[in-house]
Design a protein around this ligand. Structure first.
Ligand code: EPZ
Length: 419
């Protein structure tokens, strides 16, 4: 397994081009199963998770072709085996997103239960309960969700927790159901809106995506379409924090600043000068050390849990004491334990981390545990004294396209070496 070597101490300067959003690409690829003709999807990021989803579709009999510009054609018109095996689902929980489309289009789906993961139990009870309320017969047997439904029927579903993929799965299933489905307490993330826009481009009738109440009128079938995935707001935020933590000046291009309000406000509170345009946003620290800030994660449009680890790294070297409160997942502080090895002063009390900034972190061999935690260790390595080595970086490759190339373009001393 490869590892990353990072020599800290250089302010990052320059422009970085943002890729398409991983968490929009994954549900959109799954939604292609609903169409009765091929779809093409552009601006797809070249990530391990996307490769896994393409492999899953291929295993089911879906013809997927990828061109050199990562434009993907998905042709779900052949014979489809509605089966998502454990060996793939265990590597990517988002595989659960094929459940709703398979059941809606083929009346049948056998999908492996995703196990837990490093950041929490991450059950899928809301996905299952919603499909049952729409008339599906669902049994959990031998670690598989076995779902059957001649035709789903519309229903009013009140989601007990705001769940991004739960909202997405049920919205996809509802597009071909008989009648109207209302999703109350729906997730409002931009990726949910991007999925809704893709489904509408295929002929779905959806209103309210982006609010906590989404209404879907079922239709008989969905046709093909061409679609372009929205930019990745978490990748954008990660590179902006890289600029802030190194006291540098970084501009992210081909992105959507409007999806980052909560993050940009926190960067300004940390002392960054933030400027933005229609499709770009930049931070300039002007050589200053960041000021410690407090963060509390919550569903969109509040501060995103996927940016929590990155801001923890910023607080580790900030002037003052900052607190990080994680309200979405029950175990998303593993990066804090690794940062302590780099000299960070962090106290953990339940879902709260109290971080007293230190002038300098020191390099140490550290281990990535989940996608965003590993990104935060990269950020810490960019400012630590000496050469930091990060192991198990397959976590990073799941969600960041060529992170070392993009960081090197900004002046970082980073390289990937075989373990
Ligand atoms: C999505 O995960 C994202 N993944 C995650 O990004 C992100 O962290 C998360 O939303 C929160 O924003 C994708 O979109 C592929 P949830 P998801 O269902 O949908 C509980 C990354 O780094 N819950 O919104 O799995 C759950 O336990 C990844 O790109 C239930 O209890 O998250 C959690 O506490 C990490 N029952 C809360 O809801 C359910 O049936 C929110 O989870 C479903 C969820």
């Amino acid at each position: 397994m490869d590892k990353l070597q990072i020599t800290g101490g250089r302010p990052l300067e320059g422009e970085v081009r943002i890729s398409g959003a991983k968490n929009a690409t994954l549900p959109i690829l799954a939604a292609a199963l609903l169409a009765d003709a091929p779809v093409t999807i552009a601006n797809v990021p070249h990530l391990q998770d996307v490769t896994t989803m393409i492999e899953l579709l291929g295993r089911m009999g879906v013809a997927v072709t990828v061109d050199e510009r990562m434009q993907i054609e998905v042709d779900p018109t052949g014979g489809i085996e509605p089966f998502a095996p454990y060996d793939l689902v265990k590597t990517m929980r988002a595989s659960i997103l094929v459940l709703g489309p398979l059941l809606a289009r083929f009346g049948k789906a056998d999908v492996s239960l995703p196990g837990g993961c490093a950041i929490g139990a991450r059950p899928v009870n809301i996905h299952v309960a919603g499909l049952q309320a729409m008339g599906a017969d669902i049994r959990i047997e031998n670690g598989y969700i076995k779902a059957r439904a001649a035709r789903l029927r519309g229903a009013r579903l009140v989601l007990e927790t705001v769940t991004v993929t739960g909202t997405e799965n049920l919205m996809m299933a509802a597009t071909l159901a008989d009648g109207e489905t209302v999703l109350e307490n729906a997730a409002r993330e931009p990726e949910v809106v991007d999925l809704a826009n893709f489904l509408i481009a295929m002929g779905a009738v959806i209103h309210g995506a982006g609010t906590d109440r989404i209404v879907i009128q079922g239709v008989k079938s969905l046709h093909g379409c061409n679609y372009r995935v929205l930019p990745d707001r978490i990748e954008t935020g990660t590179f902006l924090v890289a600029g802030a933590i190194t006291a540098g000046h970084v501009r992210a291009t081909h992105t959507c600043p409007a999806h980052l309000d909560a993050v940009l406000l926190k960067l300004q509170a940390a002392g960054a000068t933030v400027a933005q345009g229609e499709d770009w946003v930049e931070v300039d620290m002007r050589g200053r050390r960041p000021v410690a800030i407090d963060v509390r994660t919550a569903p969109y449009p509040a501060f995103p849990t996927d940016m929590q680890a990155q801001f923890a790294a910023l607080d580790c070297v900030a002037d003052g004491v900052g607190t990080i409160i994680e309200t979405v997942f029950e175990n998303r502080f593993m990066h804090m334990l690794e940062m302590r090895r780099m000299g960070a002063e962090i106290r953990l009390e339940g879902n709260t981390a109290i971080i007293k900034g230190v002038a300098r972190l020191t390099a140490a061999p550290v281990m990535a545990t989940d996608l965003r935690a590993s990104a935060s260790l990269v950020l810490a390595g960019l400012v630590a004294e000496g050469r930091t080595e990060i192991e198990r970086i397959y976590h990073i490759d799941r969600g960041y396209e060529t992170i070392e190339e993009k960081l090197s373009q900004l002046g970082a001393q980073i390289r990937r070496v075989p373990n």
